[in-house]
Structures are given as structure tokens and as C-alpha cells.
Design a protein around this ligand. Structure first.
Ligand SMILES: Nc1ncnc2c1ncn2[C@@H]1O[C@H](COP(=O)(O)OP(=O)(O)O)[C@@H](O)[C@H]1O
Ligand SMILES: [Mg+2]
Length: 242
């Protein structure tokens, strides 16, 4: 059974005087794939960065991970607890090769994990990376860069993987590969929280989806409700791409 790993409640985030996120509450379990949907500027990145402790200067409310309050922890402490993060735009290091990205971030979390991610198992998942292991990560194609950004998060052996618009600008083949990766993770008890602008992508995979509209969650439901309700779809057209 899926247990709640990440619990966000009444989260409010401010950039200076700007109150950007309002009373956000959501849960992600160890066998959940949850999408936060919304167009540009609605607050997806702010939310995911706030969870990772990356949004200064002010976040109020509660973010708990595995029962522990993390809202005022530093990003590296949060990552060490088992939250993997794939930032929007990948943010690879130009001075590091593909192999170095994987070996430097590799961390052997727990003997008990069913799937232990190593640089080798990332190469098995994404063979294209093995062929290019010696070149700089930033010289890869967009799809390969995203595989590397995901691989870099996987080798930390996270309990929950957070990905900010991982499909942005990528081909259907690569999008499929990313979604399959989330599915495999779910089978091993690793849940995912993803942000996305495209409803079709979310519909292919999500257990639950939430819609973010100018910093507020305006709708939450399971994907069957989204897919079956034309009315809801019409309504969602205001917020999303189809
Ligand atoms: N560093 C920042 N300082 C001030 N405002 C910001 C900052 N980053 C984002 N914002 C504002 O916060 C809102 C949400 O942005 P963002 O979280 O990037 O949305 P999304 O990821 O959904 O495109 C936008 O109005 C944006 O202009
Ligand atoms: Mg964003």
C-alpha cells in the first residue's frame, strides 16, 4: 500500500512583498504519480523549489517528508533525506562529463531499497548516455540532457522524485521514455511529483492531478475524472494546453 511520503499543507510562498503561492496543500505517496498542471507563470517552479528549500526568502506553512518537517531545512539536507530533484531546464554542469554527473551524485542510500540506482543502472535505463559518457553533459541533445538530469537525481536513490516540466520541448519518443521511467519508479515504491503544461502528457500517467492557477490550487482530481468529463475539459481549457 502506498504511504504518504511528502505532505504539503497550507504552504504560502513570498518573493519580497509578492505573495506568490497561496495555501497549497497536497500529498504524494510512495506509489503515487502526481502532476501539478498549469500554464507559464502560475507558480509550478516556485512550488517545487519551495519543497526543495530553494526559494528564498520566505515560505510559511508545512512541508513534511517521511514524517519530518523540512520547511526550514537547507536544500542539501532535504536532498539527503531522499527527495530527488530534476530542475526545469536541466541545469547540468558544463565542466562535468556525463559520467562525472553520475558518479559525483551517486549515493548508496539503503540496502533495503528494491531498486538501487547506480551509474551503471542509469546507463542500462538510458543506453544513449553510456555512448556519450565522456563528453560534457551540456553537449548532449535536449533529450539526452534530460535523461542525464533524471539519472543524476536517480543515483541519489530518492524516495520521491520531483521533476519540473521534464517533457518541455522534447520529442514524443523521449516523453514516452520519461513517463515509462516514472512508471518503473512507482513499481519500486518511489513516487513522483511532476509539473506539466500539457494535459495529454499528464493523462497518460497521472494517478492524481492538481491545477495551479496564479498561485492557487483550483482543482484536484484523479485522471479518470479529467478524461471523462467534457465539461471539466472545457473548463480546463482556460488553464492548460491540450
Ligand atoms: N525569483 C523570483 N522573484 C520574483 N518573482 C518571481 C521569481 N520567480 C518567479 N517569480 C514570479 O512568480 C510567479 C510564478 O512563477 P513560476 O513559479 O516560475 O511559474 P511557472 O513555473 O508555473 O511558470 C510568476 O509571476 C513569476 O513572475
Ligand atoms: Mg516553471
Amino acid at each position: 500500500m502506498s504511504s504518504t511520503m511528502l505532505r504539503i499543507s497550507e504552504l504560502n510562498v513570498f518573493y519580497g512583498q509578492a505573495h506568490t503561492l497561496h495555501d497549497i496543500s497536497l500529498d504524494v505517496g510512495s506509489e503515487d504519480i502526481v502532476f501539478v498542471l498549469g500554464l507559464n507563470g502560475m507558480g509550478k517552479t516556485t512550488l517545487l523549489r519551495a519543497i526543495m528549500g530553494l526559494t528564498p526568502p520566505r515560505a510559511d506553512g508545512s512541508v513534511s517528508f517521511n514524517g519530518q518537517e523540512i520547511i526550514h531545512m537547507r536544500p542539501n539536507q532535504i536532498a539527503l533525506l531522499g527527495l530527488g530533484y530534476v530542475p526545469q531546464g536541466r541545469l547540468l554542469f558544463p565542466s562535468l562529463s556525463v559520467a562525472e554527473h553520475l558518479t559525483l551524485f551517486y549515493r548508496n542510500r539503503s540496502e533495503k531499497l528494491e531498486q538501487k540506482w547506480t551509474p551503471e543502472s542509469v546507463y542500462e535505463l538510458f543506453p544513449a548516455l553510456r555512448d556519450r559518457s565522456k563528453i560534457s553533459g551540456t553537449l548532449l541533445s535536449g533529450g539526452e540532457q534530460q535523461m542525464l538530469a533524471i539519472g543524476r537525481a536517480l543515483v541519489t536513490n530518492p524516495k520521491i522524485l520531483i521533476m519540473d516540466e521534464p517533457t518541455e520541448g522534447l520529442s514524443p519518443v523521449i516523453i514516452h521514455l520519461i513517463l515509462e521511467t516514472c512508471r518503473k519508479l512507482r513499481e519500486t515504491g518511489v513516487g513522483s511529483l511532476l509539473s506539466e503544461q500539457n494535459m495529454e502528457v499528464a493523462a497518460a500517467l497521472a494517478d492524481r492531478a492538481l491545477i495551479l492557477e496564479t498561485g492557487r490550487l483550483v482543482h484536484e482530481s484523479n485522471m479518470e475524472d479529467f478524461a471523462n468529463a467534457d465539461e471539466l475539459k472545457d473548463d480546463m481549457g482556460k488553464y492548460l494546453q491540450f
